[in-house]
Design a protein around this ligand. Structure first.
Ligand code: PLP
Length: 355
């Protein structure tokens, strides 16, 4: 039988921030979830305890060799007052897939799902109210063994922290300017691109900083071998509409299997749109722009849900997309997913889990 979750509460909960003052990832709730792993014991002592720093030996493997994975999902307070998680099973499953790639022992999916539901349930007063705001959930596993040899660690810490976050688009969805990155590479085939792990983020920072200094919001990554095929946009999956075909790169190992990507594909197929998971080259995009068939482009990810791309710059050439305005498929995806998350629209796929 599964070990029960031990709960230690703070004596006095802290005051909650105002919805209007929320940013992203700056404020954390009163409690966190923690479980430990040791080779001899497996995962043990699942517990909720007051949010606090985690003691870590300076020789802990994660600090030296980056053996760590995480995931990111959200809880929403619906217009009906109910609190819903969006596709938590899918996120828990992905955390284990990421873990497998980094030789981290998997969690019992029932335990990880229970960790999310229990912690969010306990912190329900921290879920902000305004549509667009949410409670961001960050499950993480780190290698904690104090050992400098290079091999998978023998001890790990799983923890979940929660952060109330503000609306991503307080003034409505705004298309962004993107630089097509043909110098730096985020991930290459056979590498870690398909895992949600900090190393991929470290690898992306320099390109992203240079793009920001150049006046762009983010970069569009190309494949590491040919510098030709589109991969991801920043830390989001990428979709482009050329003529009547909506194209997104296939899950070939270099890109992350986004839950928003999967949800968007399911919706568009349900709507009868032509959707392809196939390689798409930057030359095809440039050609489509010249031919006037580059209709829409957007990123998908938990943080923004949908992020419209208004302009792509490749080797100094600017390509405006849909006159820099939000396209109809982009808008429909955003409205539909957000509607399901806030209980404003029916949830025919059973994507939400009530807390
Ligand atoms: C998390 C992430 C995504 C988006 O995944 P969602 O499940 O939709 O949030 C896309 N790309 C990368 C690199 C990511 O880390």
């Amino acid at each position: 039988m599964a070990e029960p979750i031990r709960i230690t509460k703070v004596p006095i909960p802290r005051p909650k921030p105002k919805d209007s003052e929320l940013g992203f990832g700056q404020i954390f709730t009163d409690h966190m979830f923690v479980a430990n792993f040791q080779e001899e014991k497996g995962w043990y002592d699942p517990r909720v305890e007051p949010y606090a720093p985690i003691p870590l030996d300076p020789a802990a493997a994660v600090l030296h060799y980056a053996q760590a994975v995480f995931d990111g999902l959200k809880a929403f307070r619906g217009v009906d007052g109910k609190i819903r998680l969006f596709r938590p099973q899918k996120h828990v499953e992905r955390l284990n897939l990421s873990a497998q790639r980094l030789c981290i022992p998997p969690l019992d999916p029932e335990l990880s799902l229970a960790s999310l539901v229990t912690l969010v349930g306990l912190e329900r007063d921290w879920v902000p109210r305004k549509v667009g705001t949410s409670l961001y959930i960050r499950p993480t596993i780190i290698a904690s063994e104090a050992f400098l040899g290079v091999r998978p660690a023998k001890s790990y810490i799983y923890f979940v922290i929660l952060s109330p976050v503000g609306a991503y688009y307080p003034e409505g969805m705004a298309p962004v300017k993107i630089k097509v990155e043909d110098r730096y590479v985020r991930a290459s085939e056979g590498g870690l691109g398909g895992a949600k792990t900090g190393g991929n983020y470290a690898a992306s920072l320099l390109a992203s900083e240079e793009a920001k200094h150049g006046g762009y919001t983010q970069v569009l990554w190309l494949d590491g071998v040919h510098r030709k095929y589109l991969d991801e946009v920043g830390t989001m999956n990428f979709m482009v509409k050329i003529g009547n075909e909506i194209i997104t790169p296939p899950l070939s190992g270099t890109i992350l299997a986004g839950v928003t990507r999967d949800s968007s594909l399911a919706l568009m197929r349900q709507w009868g749109l032509t959707v392809s998971e196939r390689q798409v080259s930057i030359d095809e995009v440039v050609g489509a722009h010249r031919a006037g068939t580059l209709a829409e482009a957007w990123g998908t990810g938990t943080a923004a849900v949908i992020s419209p791309v208004g302009e792509l710059t490749y080797r100094g050439d600017r390509m405006a997309i849909n006159g820099g305005r939000v396209g109809p498929v982009t808008q429909r995806l955003y409205d539909t997913i957000v509607g399901i998350q806030y209980g404003q629209a029916p949830d025919p796929h059973g994507w939400t889990v009530e807390v």
